[in-house]
Design a protein around this ligand. Structure first.
Ligand SMILES: [Zn+2]
Length: 284
């Protein structure tokens, strides 16, 4: 064996920002007061360099994330954004100010779906829901045309998922350590955003989950998780079970409230019992 093929093992660390309040009316008059579910960013690092996956929503979250990254004392090479929902990249400008040598990337498909988040109505909405908390300057990642990139010689593989909780979502797979950073394809004991789904799109989502399970990962990081729970591969099956339960329950529920109450009863320990996650994001 020569030195050139001896790679140092990669490590992973997950940053979870707790749930936060949003200003406005709930779309349905039940569930918790309007708020946003806890959200994760993931740092994958080797001996010298690091890759960050997803960039948080608010200035406070992105600044805390940046300080936490700095504690790792690694060179941040790449920031990979998994999908087009603004909760995962409105904090990007804060991170790029702090780590100007990092390149921020996403797939061209994700970039296209992301455009909506830079339109005045969506930006206005975000600033209304999180007053004084969204960065003044919002930036997009650059389109990345390939399916893989590397960190200290290890392959990081982009898995394109199609529509899950958002259009053209992706996960990032690191075969050398059996890691999947799933984006919002996987949720971990946190109520799922099914508000933009249909029975058809949920079938696609379930097929994507089966695809992730087939990789037989040992660590799975969900885009949204109950703070403190392990990043266990079981979250893949739990996410699938929630989608199947939602499908079945939607068919028999007598009203929106009945559907919401039945799902609440089925998953009593999951966090973020928000009606918007089930019935659509608040529009004002
Ligand atoms: Zn999300």
């Amino acid at each position: 064996m020569t030195d050139s093929v001896r790679l140092s093992k990669l490590s992973v660390n997950v940053f979870t920002a707790p749930g936060k309040a949003m200003v406005g009316e709930r779309p349905k008059p039940f569930g918790e007061a309007l708020g946003f579910d806890p959200i994760t960013s993931t740092l994958i690092f080797g001996e010298n360099d690091a890759v960050l996956v997803d960039a948080m929503t608010t200035v406070a979250e992105a600044e805390a994330l940046a300080a936490w990254i700095a504690l790792h004392n690694r060179n941040l090479e790449t920031i990979y954004i998994t999908h087009a929902h603004f909760d995962h990249f409105y904090g990007l400008s804060i991170l790029l100010d702090r780590f100007p040598d990092a390149r921020a990337i996403a797939t061209p498909e994700t970039l296209k779906a992301m455009r909506m988040s830079f339109t005045p109505p969506v930006e206005r909405l975000a600033r209304r829901l999180f007053p004084g908390q969204v960065a003044t300057k919002l930036v997009a990642p650059e389109p990345y045309e390939h399916d893989t990139f590397t960190l200290e010689g290890h392959e990081l593989r982009i898995i394109k998922q199609g529509r899950t909780d958002s259009p053209d979502s992706t996960s990032l797979y690191v075969p050398s350590i059996g890691l999947i950073v799933a984006g919002d394809v996987v949720y971990n004991q946190c109520r799922m955003y099914v508000g933009e789904t249909t029975p058809e799109s949920r079938k696609n989502w379930i097929a994507d989950l089966d695809g992730l399970a087939a990789l037989n990962p040992s660590i799975v990081v969900a885009g949204h998780k109950k703070p403190g729970v392990p990043d266990s591969p079981e979250a893949i099956q739990e996410t699938k079970r929630y989608l199947e339960d939602f499908d079945r329950t939607q068919k028999v529920a007598s009203s929106d409230q009945d559907l919401f109450d039945r799902m609440t009863a089925l998953y009593p320990d999951w966090v973020a019992n928000q009606s918007w996650l089930m019935f659509g994001f608040p529009s004002g």
